[in-house]
Unconditional design. Sequence first.
Length: 209
Amino acid sequence: MLYCIKLNSCPLFITDCKDGSDELDCPKKSVYCPFPSRLCDEGTKCLNVSQICDGRNDCNDKSDEGKLCSVDPCIAANCSHHCAKTPNGHMCYCPPNMFVSPKDSSLCIKDHPCEHFGTCSQICLKVDQTQHQCLCRQGYALKDDGFNCTSLSSESPYLVFSNRHELRGLQLNNTASFNSLISNLRNSIALDFYYNNGKYDIFWSDGEK
Ligand SMILES: [Ca+2]
């Protein structure tokens, strides 16, 4: 029997084939871990906020303890509702019917998180009336912060930039040298590119021409 497989079945972790073969090449599943709970152990474990900086290693990678856990940054924080200390400093969080504003991490607001730009770096999934889950597109995996997506590609990122007089390319795993792509420019700004099948076209504007 044939099945129609959705191209975006990976980020949603939906098994369309009965044998699960459509999910074999997908990134490792992250457990659902609503904020302010915290992922650890490469996205396989979710800790309640009370387990963060409680003096016990709840994660094998020990990312829930140490660093700034020994200080109490909540004294100086300006959270509108709740505050917890984490290994990276303070964390504001909200009552169940509210969520942290993407524009102001100290402020709790009411609308659904997915209604606001910046709640997730790629895909925002409405879990219910108040909860959301950040997901990533194919080729990316959700980081333990539950927000950012990181590329699964083994290729080095390639940065194209302008210093106004020249367009340059830089391999980010080797920032010691750059390539001069296009020279003899006068005031090149507003750089962009179109990538397709390993080739890319560069577009830019020159304010002097
Ligand atoms: Ca702990």
